[in-house]
Design a protein around this ligand. Sequence first.
Ligand code: HPA
Length: 275
Amino acid sequence: MNQVYEKVVRCYESIKDRLPFTPRVALVLGSGLGDYADTIEVKGEISYSDIKDFPVSTVPGHEGKFIFGFVKDVPVVCMKGRVHYYEGYPITDVVLPARLMKMMGAQILFLTNASGGINPSFSAGSFMLIKDHISCFAPNPLIGANIEEFGCRFPDMSSVYDKELQEIIRKTAREQNIPLGEGIYVQLTGPSFESPAEIKMLRSLGADAVGMSTVVEAIAANHMGMRICGISCVANLAAGMTDNPLTHEEVQEASKKAAPLFRQLITGSIAAFDN
Ligand code: HPA
């Protein structure tokens, strides 16, 4: 059997008896959103460190566990903390959690993250519905022997972000009076923030927000036929757009500040996925 696939199966086998239910939505919580789980009806938790061979994050502020609970009536598995490519994991480990959540039964992958705003209409605290993405320098997680159990060798990528889910998120934002921008998210590897010249390049490529996650997970989930949606919380304007140097603390602080509204938007959207 394929070693990458075997590892996901091993993780699944080691926790399958502890799953409180079959989740419908898999929610990946970005920087600053870690306490989202406090707002849901929790039915169970599994620490990443309890899962055999599971990659454990080393980033401060990225505590690692799966939290199972209901958002209104929708069964959800939340990832509190994700692993990033810049931590040194092989790219197949970075997408292992997304594959594992599909194996748990999740049909929808809801990706969230903190980003740097490239589109000048954004400011710290803006939310951006991800309409499409650009992968920049991060390896494709599907490189290697194709895992037939997940999907085909050459997956179509022409509509990765589900149009119906996008419309539900837009409608939720409108109803709740939450300003929601839209745009293209670009993933670079990190961990250094971008240079001003790189931000100019990314803008000319058509990117509206930049970060260090999400795209590789979306590629793996799209391969498996999951329905995908994503919202980015702009934590800062990207390098060179203001006079301020960027720090991880600033990103965390801005994400934390935006978190209550972000939580509201996510909860309202997931509840509406039920219809
Ligand atoms: N660049 C990359 N990733 C980020 C940024 C940024 O400016 N802000 C938050 N995550």
